[in-house]
Design a protein around this ligand. Structure first.
Ligand code: SIN
Ligand code: FE
Length: 297
């Protein structure tokens, strides 16, 4: 396997440098790693790095575009400080992407920003929800119709603990391996899920196949253990960026991370042919979203 990680030597979030090979790499599903770009955690903010800043029963703290913080516990003053910290990361993440991937300027939609204070290795989860298993990101309730998930991550751990990921083979290799086992798409099932509001809109065949890949990967013990993969410790004070609907990944350990998702509409990649939608459409041989997709199924 060629390395799935590309190192970039930025030291400043405002560094406006782009390179066609970086864009091509992230669009090929590689992880861009910035080992020298850290989030400037202020001394008072280390006091916010506690699991009990999370409201019981929630996975993440999230800051909406409207500035409202959800999922946080702690005092009012602590929540205000946490909102300021997460907001600062959001601005820096947006700045980074603007300088690094100017081709996407004006096209990205900003999702809520998340702070994840839970220790990864002690989280108990069902197989399907277990991100310690290799997967590509796909969400059961939110059909994407090929909209991309560009994610910026930073490790904030104050004790020197890395966030350890595994990164696997390219999307097409994975799709070729698992598609033959995928259950066929049924339009009536998609309609039923939508009617009972299990999905926010009609699940497309593309979304069905992405979920199938997500699940088939996670449930395949042999692939999880023996699939080609690289273990990558992301040190505190580093940043990494990938299309997480394309880069095969798992998080093995670590604590205290912030994450910003940016949605890129389908077809707005510099090379749309490299996208999961284009790859799956080629492999299946018919349109998977839009008019004509899923008819008579
Ligand atoms: C994931 O998207 O699988 C989670 C990544 C992380 O928590 O580091
Ligand atoms: Fe994931």
């Amino acid at each position: 396997m060629n390395s799935p990680i590309v190192e970039i030597d930025f030291t400043d979030w405002c560094e406006a440098r782009s390179q066609p090979d970086w864009t091509a790499a992230v669009e090929a599903g590689k992880v861009l790693h910035f080992p020298r770009l850290g989030f400037d955690l202020q001394p008072a903010e280390t006091a916010l790095l506690r699991e009990d800043m999370l409201k019981p029963g929630t996975r993440n703290v999230s800051l909406g575009a409207d500035g409202v913080l959800k999922g946080a516990a702690g005092s009012a003053a602590e929540q205000e400080a946490l909102g300021a910290m997460v907001g600062r990361f959001r601005r820096q993440a947006l700045q980074l992407i603007d300088g690094l991937l100017p081709e996407y300027r004006g096209q990205l939609r900003v999702a809520p920003t998340s702070f994840r204070p839970k220790q990864v290795e002690t989280r108990a989860q069902s197989v399907r929800a277990d991100d310690q298993r290799m997967h590509v990101d796909a969400f059961p309730s939110r059909p994407s119709y090929g909209e991309r998930l560009l994610r910026v991550f930073t490790n904030l751990n104050p004790h020197g603990v890395p966030r350890v990921w595994r990164v696997g083979e390219d999307f097409e290799t994975i799709a070729r391996r698992f598609l033959p086992q995928a259950k066929p798409y049924r339009l009536w099932q998609a309609r039923m899920l939508n009617a009972v509001h299990a999905t926010k809109s009609l699940r497309s065949e593309y979304d069905h196949l992405m979920l199938q890949l997500h699940d088939l990967m996670k449930f395949d013990e042999d692939y999880q253990k023996n699939g080609t993969q690289l273990t990558m410790p992301f040190a505190p004070g580093s940043v990494w960026v990938c299309f997480s609907d394309q880069a095969t990944h798992a998080v093995m350990s670590g604590q205290y991370m912030m994450e910003q998702t940016l949605y890129l509409p389908p077809g707005r990649e510099v090379n749309p042919q490299s996208s999961p939608l284009a790859i799956l459409t080629r492999l299946v041989g018919r349109p998977l979203v839009g008019v004509g997709a899923g008819v008579a199924r």
